[in-house]
Design a protein around this ligand. Sequence first.
Ligand SMILES: Cc1ncc(C[n+]2csc(CCOP(=O)(O)OP(=O)(O)O)c2C)c(N)n1
Ligand SMILES: [Mg+2]
Length: 330
Amino acid sequence: MSDASRAAAAPDGQRPRRPTKDELLAAAGKTVPDLIKPDLTVLFVGINPGLYTAAIGHHFGRPGNRFWPALFESGFTPRLLTPCEEAELLSYGLGLTNLVARATRAASELAADAVRTTLEDPEFGFTGLHAAAAVADTLGTGDTVLLGASNPVRDASWVGLPFDGVDTYAPRGAAGIDGSVSQAVGVALATQAAHPDEPRAPRTVALLGDVTFLHDVGGLLIGPNEPHPENLTIVVANDDGGGIFETLEIGAEPLRASFERAFGTPHGASICELCAGYGVAHREVTSLRELLDALMDTTEAPLGLSVIEARTTRTTRRALHRALQGKIAL
Ligand SMILES: Cc1ncc(C[n+]2csc(CCOP(=O)(O)OP(=O)(O)O)c2C)c(N)n1
Ligand SMILES: [Mg+2]
């Protein structure tokens, strides 16, 4: 569509006023009325209003939102409507609502809030999701994070990652668990090489499952004449096996008899001794509090390459996911 037709489609006076920063912040929790009537042809359902939308009180209000151009260019509306003209949709048999009515900064924050509340329930023990929350909560602007395949990358998105100011890497292309220790080392080396003038190397944190870590534990071996990561913390969420499979069909009660051997694959490996063998610092933690403390320590004094082994449980994973799904319809 040409600029001219865009301009014509949005007559002066029908553009929403740009809210101030204070108005944006005050919009959290506000709602935008549904645009709905009986016998609509199509009801469009958003996830939840963003702050800009809630501040101006019109659906899909942020400038640059693709909703209104998409409606026009796909023929739903005869011209490009501005958010202020949303009421006109009803005359075309179109309506608007949201899955969740209240506004938040990003859709992911809804999940992140619900997850934090659920994690406070002691019934679930200390899980990989707790570990992801601790990692997310101790990342600072300028840090880099690498998320292993399997639960870590999924857990990270439950707790609100990625977010601005933190470069986030995830080997999701092939969804493989292989090579992740080496990738973490590579990312940390590249990150420190990109900031040679900083008084200390930028912090990189990797969150990996235990099977993922063990699959590439040889990546800890770095020759004495090779560059070493100056500030890399690898958090291993050790639930002694493939926790992700607990949440799939195969983890259901009727199939438990063969589950552990075929899918759980517990190994009982000593990550502590493996680290010692490679000369890598290792610290074990058994609770969220301890993990937070250990992570905070790494923000104060980098230990080169170090491993924090979080002794997590996967036995509550299924129940945990059920509890979360009950709260988050995303
Ligand atoms: C190279 C490779 N081999 C096997 C798999 C299949 N696989 C997917 S997740 C997973 C288990 C991962 O376990 P862990 O790293 O402990 O993470 P958790 O599921 O416990 O969070 C396996 C074996 C894979 N994705 N890539
Ligand atoms: Mg595991």
